[in-house]
Design a protein around this ligand. Structure first.
Ligand SMILES: Cc1cc2nc3c(=O)[nH]c(=O)nc-3n(C[C@H](O)[C@H](O)[C@H](O)COP(=O)(O)OP(=O)(O)OC[C@H]3O[C@@H](n4cnc5c(N)ncnc54)[C@H](O)[C@@H]3O)c2cc1C
Length: 129
């Protein structure tokens, strides 16, 4: 499985120059990108585990799906918010697609069962065991 790419943010930080160099050269930018990639990878792994559990008709499939939905939708929103921040003011404008991604991702923390309800499902199983 290829690592998450963060294409638009990576492209922007290599292109945008401040203080005489690309903002990609600042370690603060690099650390932010590293965390974004790591969190996306973790989210993707949880989603794949949930899918595998469903395929296997595992008794833990509901738990795994609730964990994956809660985590992936929270992380997806947080990562795109970080990407918008890396774009500076341009991230907030329609010149770049990141503001649209932020708006589109926000609803997934609500749709198909809110993330609070995912926590209800996870906690119910934890306390029943
Ligand atoms: C763009 C969009 C498209 C949609 N499409 C569909 C669709 O195609 N089909 C469909 O069936 N529905 C659809 N919905 C509805 C969606 O599934 C619901 O909005 C979602 O399930 C949350 O329900 P609610 O809005 O009634 O929120 P509520 O249940 O009123 O929740 C409000 C808040 O209270 C919290 N809350 C509620 N109960 C608890 C609890 N027990 N413990 C802790 N916190 C709690 C929630 O987490 C949330 O933060 C859509 C919604 C949107 C925004």
């Amino acid at each position: 499985m290829p690592a998450p790419r963060l294409e638009q943010a990576l492209s922007y930080v290599k292109d945008r120059k401040q203080f005489g160099k690309p903002i990609a050269d600042f370690q603060a930018t690099q650390f932010r990108l590293a965390d974004m990639a790591t969190e996306l990878d973790a989210a993707r792994l949880l989603v794949h585990r949930a899918a595998a559990s469903l395929d296997a008709k595992s008794p833990e499939a509901t738990q795994h799906a609730a964990m994956a939905k809660r985590f992936a939708t929270d992380v997806g929103f947080q990562v795109v918010d970080e990407a918008l921040q890396l774009h500076g003011g341009y991230g907030y404008l329609k010149d770049f697609p990141v503001e649209r991604l932020l708006r589109d991702l926000r609803v997934h923390r609500i749709l198909e069962g809110t993330n609070e309800i995912m926590r209800v499902i996870i906690a119910r199983k934890l306390l029943a065991d």
